[in-house]
Design a protein around this ligand. Structure first.
Ligand code: PRX
Length: 677
């Protein structure tokens, strides 16, 4: 949360005007869709005052419907029955593929940049239609019908995109599981969604390393009786990859034998399009459900306006399709707009830290989208990796996943954007489906570290977290909530509407609760402060403390565990775990720590590995037995020194009220442990 010194620094934050070339078209760049702050405010105010007219027109003008909708909007956050574009029928795959393929079959839809830097492929919209149709026919052959769930556990290859669009084409609900998740995590997601089919690959390639996707999938499938068929794409062709017919079939054999056309199924606007699991405050991830028309409209219009996408643009979103950013800004948003989207299989530092910039130069990328953690890591490695590349095609550079600190913002703006691009810091969530607070490139002046102003139709409220009262006016800090429904907001949690209500709509009745803290500054600009719940954000990967604790507790040596997030210069936050051991554990601490890390990797995935594991005698608890995480956060963050231990007042200043602590002696031993470790 912001304190008064923060408030002061916000007042002094520098303001950057939108690049004038985006407003004038100077140098031959396309003139921005929205060219001034006034234009933005006019559209924004209309979207809030009269959403029916605003979004009704957007939906008609921007999307292709097989049956027009009769009513723009129904339901609200109070009742949890939000719905948009009622009675309409539309197919997302038709909108992302056919409408461009039929008119411009040779336009490039996807540039696939493989792990090895000298390999890339262009896939046209015409080819995309054929590939999507073939795999849709395979799915149909294996009994997938409208409403069935299909799991996709794929590396960053075009076949992952074909699979998603094929599901959308026949009305199946995809559940993409990030390829960095472990077998246990994949199993839990397949079981929760009751998937009939899994689409995976023999192996994945990333940064020169091979990922054993099929082996991991086999391990998961041992406990997934609902999966009748596994379609395996051959990425590497390694002959040692296990293959079990008749359950397993090869992608290339199956698709070769199918017709390259499949008629798109007309879907109701509110039919589910996909679910995507994300972490919340409990140990069990939630299957966030997005529906067809509202999600597509959100993806389409944010891509158009926030990235200022124009015909011929090459959109470079560096995320993975396993996360919401990949869904919305690699697949659905750019393709719905008929742009060329870049699918990047590798990592920014392979084979060296120029990889991104070499790609921008080579593919003439116009919009570049990445996370602050990548920017910070690349900034540390120095400007030389960037300066020799021609980045003149870039118009919009963008950031997502966590607040971007001003140092990283300035580097991105100056060294990558060369002070001639708009830098848009886009705030949103898996649950919102598309951007909700973000600058508009040709219109909204930016301040480093602020996501600036709300997108169309987003009516933010800053609430007092305790009373739920709205904090009116500017210069206020509280929790961020949204007053009224917008097209791309999640409609439910898969098979768990009660959880949906409890997590998002009941904490502050009538509002959608984001889980983030926020400050609205003197100019009405929003500054996201990070999560106010038990969610940790490491390199833009969202995980819950409970998930990590549940994994640790499965290890036979672990008696009790508390996971917390601490600030980290590169990854934003890092995970620190405090663990107490069961009696009679004789191994040395290093061995046990290593075993705990592998438990977490095994149950969640390597990306959840903690930065530190501190083995301690006891955890600080209240008299009612609740672990005092705020105390652990301060201690792990190095806020408390040995000298403070003898100074009651200093300790109180740093750790806050300790009167509810059951055993006050514990603080000293924890501080000593952290310092010694
Ligand atoms: O805390 C906010 C942070 O990421 C959370 C959403 O995570 P996830 O659902 O995984 O989606 C990530 C990609 C959209 C939010 O609750 N977050 C995301 N973008 C920003 C951000 N925090 C500050 N600034 C952002 N631009």
């Amino acid at each position: 949360m912001a304190d008064s010194s923060d408030a002061q620094s916000l007042e002094q934050a520098p303001v950057y005007q939108p690049p004038s070339r985006l407003q004038t078209g100077e140098g031959g760049v396309p003139v921005a869709h929205i060219k001034s702050l006034e234009e933005y405010w006019t559209m924004y105010e209309q979207s809030i005052r009269d959403p029916d007219t605003f979004f009704g027109k957007m939906a008609q003008d921007e999307l292709s419907w097989s049956k027009p909708f009769n009513q723009v909007r129904y339901g609200d956050f109070k009742r949890g029955n939000v719905s948009w574009f009622l009675d309409g029928q539309i197919n997302v795959s038709y909108n992302c593929v056919d409408r461009h393929a039929l008119t411009n079959p040779d336009r490039v839809a996807i540039i696939w940049e493989a792990d090895e830097p000298n390999q890339h492929t262009h896939i046209t919209y015409g080819q995309l239609l054929e590939e999507v149709s073939r795999i849709a026919n395979v799915l149909k052959k294996y009994g997938v019908r409208k409403g069935d769930s299909v799991a996709i556990y794929m590396p960053m290859v075009p076949e992952a995109v074909y699979s998603m669009l094929a599901c959308a084409r026949l009305g199946a609900v995809h559940s993409v599981v990030f390829a960095g998740f472990s077998a246990d995590a994949l199993r839990d997601r397949i079981l929760d969604a009751g998937c009939k089919i899994l689409i995976t690959a023999d192996q994945g390639k990333r940064g020169g390393k091979t990922i054993q996707l099929k082996k991991i999938a086999d391990e998961a499938l041992g406990a997934c009786p609902s999966v009748q068929r596994v379609i395996v794409f051959q990425r590497t062709g390694d002959p040692n990859v296990p293959f079990y017919p008749p359950r397993d079939v090869w992608w290339h054999n199956e698709t070769a034998n199918q017709r390259p056309y499949y008629p798109p199924e007309p879907m109701d606007s509110e039919d589910p399009l996909f679910m995507l699991y994300t972490s919340g405050s409990t140990g069990k991830p939630k299957g966030v459900v997005h529906t067809t028309a509202g999600y597509l409209l959100g993806a389409h219009i944010t891509c158009k306006y926030v990235f200022d996408l124009h015909e011929g643009d090459v959109h470079g979103c560096m995320a993975d399709v396993g996360w919401i950013t990949g869904h919305t800004y690699i697949v659905y948003g750019p393709l719905s707009n008929g742009a060329t989207t870049v699918l990047f299989e590798s990592v920014p530092t392979y084979p060296n830290a120029s990889r991104y910039w070499e790609m921008v130069d080579k593919h003439k990328i116009t919009q570049f989208y990445t996370a602050p953690t990548a920017i910070r890591a690349l900034r540390r490695l120095g400007d030389d990796f960037v300066s020799s590349y021609d980045l003149s095609t870039l118009r919009v550079i963008a950031s997502v996943g966590e607040p971007i600190n001003p140092e990283a913002w300035n580097w991105y703006y100056t060294v990558v954007g060369r002070e001639r691009c708009a830098l848009v810091d886009t705030y949103w969530q898996t649950e919102t489906g598309s951007h909700i607070i973000s600058p508009i490139p040709g219109a909204v002046p930016t301040k480093p570290g602020s996501a600036t102003l709300p997108f169309f139709g987003i009516d933010p409220a800053v609430l007092d977290s305790q009373t739920g009262q709205e904090l009116q006016g500017n210069n206020v800090t509280g929790v961020l909530a949204i007053r009224s429904s917008f097209p791309s907001v999640t409609r439910t949690v898969y098979d768990s509407h009660i959880r949906y209500m409890d997590t998002y709509l009941k904490p502050y009745p009538g509002y959608y609760f984001t889980g983030d803290g926020v400050t609205r500054d003197q100019d009405g600009y929003y500054w996201i402060r990070g999560r106010v719940d038990d969610v940790i954000n490491v390199s833009g990967h969202r995980m819950s403390t409970a998930e990590i604790e549940s994994a640790l507790i499965l290890h036979p040596a672990c008696a009790e565990a508390a996971a917390i997030g601490v600030p980290d210069d590169v990854t934003g936050q890092a995970v620190v775990c405090f663990v107490t051991l069961k009696p009679d554990i004789t191994q040395d601490e290093n061995t046990i720590r290593t075993a705990f890390v592998s438990t977490i990797r095994h149950h969640i995935g390597p990306f959840a590995s903690p930065k530190r594991i501190i083995i301690c005698g006891d955890l600080p608890k209240t008299r009612s037995g609740k672990i005092m995480r705020r105390v652990l956060r301060k201690i792990a963050g190095g806020d408390v020194t040995l000298a403070d231990l003898d100074d009651e007042q200093a300790l109180k200043n740093k750790l806050g009220d300790l009167s509810t602590l059951a055993d006050s002696n514990i603080i000293g031993s924890l501080v000593k442990k952290v310092i010694a470790h």
